[in-house]
Design a protein around this ligand. Structure first.
Ligand SMILES: C[S@@+](CC[C@H](N)C(=O)[O-])C[C@H]1O[C@@H](n2cnc3c(N)ncnc32)[C@H](O)[C@@H]1O
Length: 336
């Protein structure tokens, strides 16, 4: 008799059953899980003994889920299937309850890279908003590091606190309900990130909180804000400045018809990053080459213009002198 193909549904099902029985309870009590529908809807829920989760597909007793291995298909009392998954970092960020615009995972991920965060780092963030980015920062610096997050509005502060508590991140986060304008309570931080409207106004506070050579970044939505921030960074002796924008294009994952999604998120924000430098003599020398070349060009153009203005003034003076001289020697007309 021929051996069935390993991808034959019966073979696969038998293997899955074997896998499930060899991976007993993963102790999901009190843990967050994702329940995903076949239609790509995802629910983030915490599993507690005795509770029931209700959806349009029927309900699920938490007790029936708690002993299950992750990755398994579970069924409601109506026989509807859901996939039981561990929540990814993206799930946690995008499913926070929100009062504010939250940071997109694409920006959060790159920001962690730009701030060079790792386990053990101390990072300051403002404003906390709904706590979306705080989750990503805590994820990056945990378990040995810490996030210090500042929020001026009490409604956002409280919402962020309950979001962080829900996803179990509060242990690595210290929250302060205070404006950045009043400075940070920490010094020697590895990184500072600002998600506020006018980050350029708070660069003195940022410098005071950062360790020498630490990392600074801000996310701002408009080019006008970027221009303001660039000028402020130069005034405050920051260098290694970069302005970046990330565009993420998703594809329809159809093997025979692989093509981009019809719509995409066009714009989220500009990510500006920089490092504070100490150079009392000439901090400007640490600016980007193109920035220095442009300054040199402007200086040269100003000199050329000044010389042209000087020559024009000289010519006008000569002309005026000539006209004055001509007037003096003009013969009088004879009286009639
Ligand atoms: C766009 S939201 C931040 C969103 C956050 N990154 C997230 O992922 O959820 C901006 C937040 O900054 C707060 N904010 C504005 N100015 C502030 C200041 N001077 N000090 C502290 N927080 C401030 C606002 O109240 C708001 O909650």
């Amino acid at each position: 008799m021929a051996t069935p193909h390993p991808n034959h549904p019966e073979v696969r099902q038998r293997k899955e059953k074997e896998w499930v029985s060899s991976h007993p309870s993963t102790a999901l009590a009190g843990k967050l899980v994702i329940l995903a529908t076949t239609g790509n809807k995802r629910y983030l829920i915490a599993l507690h003994p005795g509770q029931t989760f209700h959806t349009h597909l029927g309900h699920f007793r938490h007790d029936d889920l708690i002993g299950q291995p992750l990755g398994i298909t579970v069924h409601s009392q109506l026989g509807q299937p859901l996939l039981l998954l561990e929540p990814s970092l993206s799930d946690l960020i995008t499913r926070v309850k929100r009062n504010t615009q939250i940071i997109y995972p694409k920006d959060a991920a790159y920001l962690v890279h730009r701030l060079s965060l790792r386990n053990g780092d101390h990072v300051i963030e403002a404003g906390t908003g709904s706590g979306g980015l705080t989750i990503a920062l805590a994820w990056a610096v945990a378990p040995a590091g810490r996030v210090y997050t500042y929020e001026v509005r009490d409604d956002n502060f409280n919402m962020a606190r309950s979001n962080l508590e829900r996803v179990g991140m509060l242990d690595n986060v210290s929250m302060f309900q205070q404006s950045v304008a009043d400075g940070f309570r920490q010094a020697g931080a590895d990184a500072v990130f600002l998600d506020v409207r006018t980050p350029g106004r708070y660069l003195e506070q940022v410098r005071a909180a950062l360790r020498p050579g630490g990392y600074f970044a801000a996310l701002i939505p408009t080019t006008n804000q970027v221009i303001e921030l660039l000028a402020a960074l130069e005034r405050n002796s920051f260098a290694d400045i970069s302005v970046e924008e990330l565009l993420l294009r998703r594809y329809k994952a159809v093997p025979d018809r692989l093509r981009p999604d019809d719509a995409m998120v066009g714009h989220t924000g500009f990510l500006v990053s920089a490092r504070p430098v100490v150079d009392p003599t000439d901090p400007g020398r640490w600016l980007a080459e193109e920035r220095k070349r442009y300054a040199a060009r402007k200086e040269f153009e100003a000199k050329v213009q000044a010389e042209a203005d000087r020559r024009e003034a000289e010519r006008a003076d000569k002309q005026a002198d000539k006209q004055a001289g001509d007037g003096q020697h003009k013969p009088r007309l004879p009286l009639p």
